[in-house]
Design a protein around this ligand. Structure first.
Ligand code: SF4
Ligand code: SF4
Length: 494
């Protein structure tokens, strides 16, 4: 704890007229909640939240406008979930529907990183990055801009409906709706070329579904960020319940250091600090809390760990000349040790964090390997089922197959097909004649090829009656790359 270097100023600490509307003892499901009027906090964490709000909103609104040159006939939008082509473009990566496991892998990786961060520093996601937190913070800032800070807003809500009140309320709600509209508007740009869609939106030529999606997102953003706010975190979001499984005594939480703060009570200038705690019961920490809770009640599911109460309390501690960080990021282990006048060493590397780090390495490694093995040619082999085989007039056995070849490259490619691992087999491709016919596959198209594999009777009858495994070899003539695709040859019992 750092004691301020300067002499305490001649202070008067104002006690806030505020109660924790969401106090531990008063909580009930479906109870009517009094409104929460978060006061503007000043300090390190508030500044950090402003910066992260600008960065996260900036990323969300601007990413669809980022261009990326992929050559002719391909979209030049850096991030695009192209529904018409059924393709996900992510900078240089182009993910096809059958490769959606890459997206699943990315989501698993993101979840593991979230688990790791939560086990180290609690609900960092909730406090700084969750869209609900970011948009609610933005809506509260708008409300503060039009209606004033906490006291002014409370006064306005209690006042009769004058022109001034109607004006302030109307412009607040209109600004919230505008933010909702911009949010919904930005979302649809992730699915269609942004400049084209913007033109269509303004000329009224966009699809009805696009207008409907924007309308729904406008209303949900307005409703969740402007109206419901903390109710979403408390009653709708499962994460506060789940994250309890990731934290332990060595996780850093926003904590009130009661061993230092208690017994609390108001404090007058020149009054001794002996026999009392540092908490002057000013309730500044409650006044800034967007969740309407009192951090001094201990760890609570409702606390999103936004750390604004740290800023508020540090302000007060500076004013009264006591060491800062009465509320701070701390571990339960350290608080228990501090209560006994010792300290607990931070333990960042512990069993659960090591497990998460190991899993992140494993999933990341698998994804990198899968990416390096990624083929730009996709082929599926379907064996005929009815009949499994045909006995030719000379007694030879023939099996029919359908090969589906997908050329993921952006120019037509030529392929040859052969059979590997099946002695004396001959291959005929559709109606073609001659050995190794060349099959042209246009780009972006799944081409179907009929293939007939014939094995002389004597050889066929020496193969396993339950099916003999072999491979189709698809060779790209233009790139000289080769892929192998397993299948099975079947013969009659006798
Ligand atoms: S108690 Fe503090 S950290 Fe928790 S939500 Fe309230 S202001 Fe944020
Ligand atoms: S913890 Fe800090 S901000 Fe909260 S009431 Fe005590 S002194 Fe005031």
């Amino acid at each position: 704890m750092n004691a301020p270097a300067h002499k305490p100023e001649d202070f008067v600490v104002k006690t806030h007229d505020v109660e924790a509307v969401n106090r531990k003892e008063d909580r009930a499901l479906y109870a009517d909640k009094p409104s929460i009027y978060p006061k503007l906090a000043h300090g390190t964490f508030r500044r950090l939240k402003w910066i992260l709000m600008a960065v996260t909103l900036g990323i969300y609104y601007l990413i669809p406008w980022l261009r990326w040159d992929r050559g002719t006939d391909l979209p030049n939008q850096a991030v695009l979930l192209d529904m018409s082509k059924q393709r996900f473009f992510l900078f240089n990566l182009e993910i096809w529907p059958q490769e959606f496991y890459f997206v699943t892998g990315l989501l698993i990786l993101a979840a593991l990183v979230l688990f790791l961060v939560t086990s180290l520093a609690g609900r960092v996601w909730c406090g700084y990055f969750c869209p609900q937190t970011v948009w609610t913070d933005l809506m509260v800032s708008v409300e503060r801009f039009w209606q004033g800070d906490r006291n002014a807003r409370i006064k306005l809500d209690k006042s009769p409906w004058t022109f001034d009140k109607i004006y302030k309320k109307t412009v607040t709600h209109l600004t919230w709706l505008l933010i909702g509209l911009l949010t919904g508007g930005a979302f649809v740009f992730y699915f269609v070329d942004a400049p084209t869609l913007l033109r269509e939106l303004f000329t009224g030529t966009a699809a009805v579904e696009v207008y409907a999606a924007i309308a729904i997102l406008t209303l949900t953003t307005y409703g969740l960020g402007g109206i419901a706010r903390e109710q979403v975190c408390i009653y709708m979001c499962p994460w506060p319940r789940i994250q309890g499984a990731m934290v332990d005594h060595d996780t850093y939480f926003v904590s009130y250091r009661d061993y230092r703060g208690e017994p609390r009570g108001s404090h007058r200038k020149n009054q001794s600090w002996d026999e009392r705690g540092d908490c002057v019961n000013c309730k500044a920490c409650i006044a800034v809390c967007p969740m309407g809770i009192d951090i001094r009640d201990g760890s609570q599911l409702e606390c999103i760990q936004c750390a604004l109460c740290i800023d508020a309390c540090n302000d007060i501690m500076t004013k009264v000349g006591r060491p800062r960080n009465l509320i701070a990021y701390d571990t339960i282990a350290n608080q228990e040790a501090a209560a006994k006048h010792t300290t607990a060493q931070p333990k960042f590397l512990r069993a659960r964090t090591l497990v998460y780090i190991g899993l992140i390495g494993l999933v990341g490694g698998i994804m990198l390997w899968a990416l390096s093995q990624r083929s730009m040619l996709e082929a599926d082999v379907l064996a005929d089922r009815n009949p499994y085989f045909v006995r030719l007039s000379n007694g030879d056995i023939r099996n029919g197959f359908t090969l589906k070849i997908l050329n993921k490259l952006h120019e037509p490619h030529r392929f040859t097909i052969s059979v590997d691992g099946l002695k004396n087999a001959t291959l005929k491709i559709g109606e073609t004649t001659g050995d190794n016919p060349i099959i042209a596959v246009p780009t972006d198209i799944m081409s179907e090829v009929r293939a007939f594999v014939t094995v002389p009777k004597a050889t066929a009858m020496s193969l396993s009656m339950h099916g003999y495994p072999f491979k189709f070899v698809v060779h790209d003539v233009d790139t000289s790359s080769t892929t192998r695709h397993p299948s099975t040859f079947r013969r009659p019992l006798k």
